[in-house]
Ligand binder design. Sequence first.
Ligand code: PYC
Length: 333
Amino acid sequence: MGTLVDEVVVGEAVDVRRLKVIDSHTGGEPTRIVIDGGPNLRSGSLAERRDLLLEQHDWLRSSVVNEPRGSDAFVGGILCEPADAMCDVGVIYFNNTGYLNMCVHGTIGLAVSLAWLGREGKDGLTRIETPVGVVTSKRHVDGRVTVANVPSYRSQKDLRLRVDGFGDVVADIAWGGNWFLLVQEHSLEVSYANIPNLTRFCQAARDSLEREGIYGDDGGEIDHIEVFAAAEGIDADSRNFVLCPGGAYDRSPCGTGTSAKLACLHESGRLPEGKVWRQASILGSVFEGQVIRDGQGQLIPQITGSAFVNGESTLILNPDDPFCDGITPNTVF
Ligand code: PYC
């Protein structure tokens, strides 16, 4: 009769680790910034520290963004001391499968998270070091944030690609802080209802790039696929669907993808400097973008969007938890 409880464990294991995080979303796409409790990444460039994270502390990425604490859609970031003394902070972004070079929606989220903590730069202007260069975020009085991204450019125009199960498409390849295939000629419906089919298409397009041996100019994988269509029924110039490297779609219009798009438009003579392009996501959330040329003639995309802080918490990493480091193919038994 009754329930026998042999032992009740109260308290916590000795080696529990606590990670303080701020969550936000930008146009529906989540960002989780680790502000305290991460590993010691020592000094060095942000690219070197990203390599150290990958080689010795990949548990951080996996535990922060993967289920059961996160989901495939999450982008995480870890705040670091910048190597460049001119910067206010450094950040390394990651997702469910690896590390991102840069992330604009994440930087808009980071800007509102720093404001939430009272840690943004003077007058809402923050200089942020990333593994691929310095970007700035400016928080406006209406709460929106403009990110001046890394220099962006088109590397290949009108590439004809055979995509298994979908036929031939015409696409550009461009850098916007990550490598993108931008598909403009296709027969797909770019709508929320068609996400499963769009996902299949983008995965097949990525397979085609790999099969054909097509990479970015630095040999990097073209791991983001972007499909465009007219933005019917909303106040935007275009609607996109973006598949991220880990197989999740971007809920936001993807700021590095929008940067790549702006570079292509500018290089085709369709977007003069200073003209605003409104890019809608598959959800209908919108980024405004424009390009300016810097003193060295490089094209700098400026992307404006809104983000909202929606969580401030402490993640508990308990070594007794079989899914402490998140659910990954290696933790499934
Ligand atoms: O906004 O740049 C972006 C981004 C990259 C991956 C997900 N979002």
